[in-house]
Design a protein around this ligand. Sequence first.
Ligand SMILES: Nc1ncnc2c1ncn2[C@@H]1O[C@H](COP(=O)(O)OP(=O)(O)O)[C@@H](O)[C@H]1O
Ligand SMILES: N[C@@H](CCOP(=O)(O)O)C(=O)O
Length: 321
Amino acid sequence: MAVYTDISEVELAEFLKDYDIGELLSYKGIAEGVENSNFLVHAASGAYILTLYEKRVNPNDLPFFLGLMQHLSDKGIRCPLPVKQRSGAMIGELAGRPGALVTFLEGMWMRRPTVEHCRELGAGLAAMHLAGADFPMRRRNGLTVDAWRPLWNRAAERADEVEPGLGAEVEADLADLEAHWPKGLPVGVIHADLFPDNVFFLGKRLSGLIDFYFACTDILAYDVATCLNAWCFEKDNSFNLTKAMALLNAYTAIRPLSSAEAEALPLLARGSALRFMLTRLYDWLNTPEGSLVVKKDPLEYLRKMRFHRSIKSADEYGLKL
Ligand SMILES: Nc1ncnc2c1ncn2[C@@H]1O[C@H](COP(=O)(O)OP(=O)(O)O)[C@@H](O)[C@H]1O
Ligand SMILES: N[C@@H](CCOP(=O)(O)O)C(=O)O
């Protein structure tokens, strides 16, 4: 589940009084998701998603996230559009949490993305990067290379409980990534968590991107690397070159990668795999037994880190420059 904060009908009706969306007809908590509490709200004017922001979201970042969704939507990127209160505000408070209402996006996420879905994703990601180019706000990535060691320090002691030898392996990788993390690559707005569960499709066509709550200003090719990890490996952890070719070549058809970006891709993919391994490891060790949140497997991302260590050049991902 991801409903950490429960709300009553009375509280919700009170919250919605500030919006022009008509009478509250129904609402229910949404089980999916990990980070925030989400509710599907039906009002007289249509369907909306109410998000109450939880642990990892800093309320000071909300204007960036919501402003970005507004900006991208204005530029034709299909994503949730924040609904404004009558006062013009986009952020309210409910059950002691900051909350926002956004439009409901049609479509569903792909449990088993195909090559065609990867191609659509590559094109959608590139279009998002271009649309974000003139977004005026900036937000540093709170989960990039300089944040990994502090996160690791909070999990390292118990890492070998999850897999013997994990501690030493991560230590070596982390030191290497810290020493060689690329500098000077093109930066811009990145989604930073564009996993299949954050991309909706209607049939084979991408119908929208959701969950911008890790979005930030960082290396654009790092977003590509995250997508390679999240979309181009099979359940048995094998890398699917056909999917990667489709994703990368659809991306570069819209936003070509420079040779420096291409050269950095294996390192970025390794770093991105480490980033998700670390947050998953931390949650794995710290989510209380009996919690309804589905814990994600850190070892899936350890396997990806290992895979990328064996890659010498981005051609091996099927990238054609
Ligand atoms: N704008 C939206 N339109 C339709 N469904 C949405 C929308 N936003 C969220 N959802 C639903 O809520 C689920 C969890 O949302 P998500 O933003 O991924 O949560 P979290 O940040 O907690 O991971 C999604 O898988 C989707 O089913
Ligand atoms: N995508 C991350 C977890 C964040 O969850 P989301 O529901 O916000 O996408 C992972 O797979 O580790």
